[in-house]
Design a protein around this ligand. Structure first.
Ligand code: GAR
Length: 200
C-alpha cells in the first residue's frame, strides 16, 4: 500500500519547540504528512536530540565542512533529494538558506518569524532581538508570521499571521514566551493550509 504522505524536513538551530509542536500536531490533526529529517547547523541541540529520540533522520551540515559556499549549497540540495523531501519548514534556523536550496523548493519552503512581518524582520532580527525591538518601538500588539521563503530575509509571501498583545509590564523574555506559545499553534495551522493548497 502506498502512503502518499508529504515528506517534511525541519531546519532548526535551537531548542526545537516548534519542531516538537509540529510533530505532535501532525499526529493529533492526522495531517497527511511526515517529518522525516531534521537538518541543523549545530550537531547538538534540543531539536537534534528530539529527532534522534523519535527515529527521525538528522543531518548536521555547515558551510565549514566544505571548500566553498557553492559546494555547501550543492550538497545540501543533494541531501534533501536523497531524503526525498517535498517541503522544508524553517523553525528557528539561524542561518540564511542558500539561494540554490530556495530555488530547488519553489513555494515549498516556509519560515516562522516571531513578529508581524513586514514589521521587525530582516537580517539581525531574530530571537530576543525581535522582542526587544518591539518593546522599544512601543507597540501594543505583536505576533507571529509564517511566510514562504525567498532569496531575501523575511520577505516571502505571507501564508498566515496571528497577533498577541504586548502588556505594559512585558520584558523581552515574557513577550518571547507569549509569542512562542502562539507560534506553536500557528505553525501547524500554516502547514495544514499549505498541504490543502498543494493538494487542491
Ligand atoms: C522561534 O521563536 C522562531 O520564531 C525564531 O526562533 C525561535 C525558535 O524557537 N525564529 C527567528 O527568529 C527567525 N528569524 P524553537 O527552536 O523553540 O522553535
Amino acid at each position: 500500500m502506498t502512503t502518499n504522505k508529504t515528506r517534511i524536513a525541519l531546519f532548526c538551530s535551537g531548542s526545537g519547540s516548534n519542531f516538537k509542536a509540529l510533530f505532535e500536531a501532525i499526529r493529533n490533526k492526522q495531517l497527511p504528512a511526515e517529518i522525516v529529517l531534521c537538518l541543523s547547523n549545530r550537531a547538538r541541540s534540543g531539536a537534534m536530540e528530539f529527532a534522534e529520540q523519535n527515529g527521525i533522520a538528522t543531518e548536521h551540515i555547515t558551510e565549514k565542512q566544505f571548500g566553498s559556499f557553492d559546494e555547501f549549497a550543492e550538497k545540501m540540495v543533494d541531501r534533501l533529494k536523497e531524503h526525498k523531501i517535498d517541503i522544508i519548514l524553517l523553525a528557528g534556523y539561524m542561518r540564511k538558506v542558500p539561494d540554490a536550496v530556495v530555488a530547488a523548493f519553489p513555494e515549498r519552503m516556509l519560515n516562522i518569524h516571531p513578529a508581524l512581518l513586514p514589521k521587525f524582520g530582516g537580517e539581525g532580527m531574530y530571537g530576543i532581538h525581535v522582542h526587544t525591538a518591539v518593546l522599544e518601538a512601543g507597540e501594543t500588539e505583536t505576533g507571529a508570521t509564517v511566510h514562504f521563503v525567498n532569496e531575501e530575509y523575511d520577505k516571502g509571501e505571507i501564508l498566515l499571521q496571528r497577533t498577541v498583545p504586548v502588556l505594559p509590564d512585558d520584558t523581552p523574555e515574557t513577550l518571547a514566551a507569549r509569542v512562542l506559545a502562539c507560534e506553536h499553534a500557528l505553525y501547524p495551522d500554516a502547514l495544514e493550509k499549505l498541504l490543502t493548497l498543494q493538494r487542491s
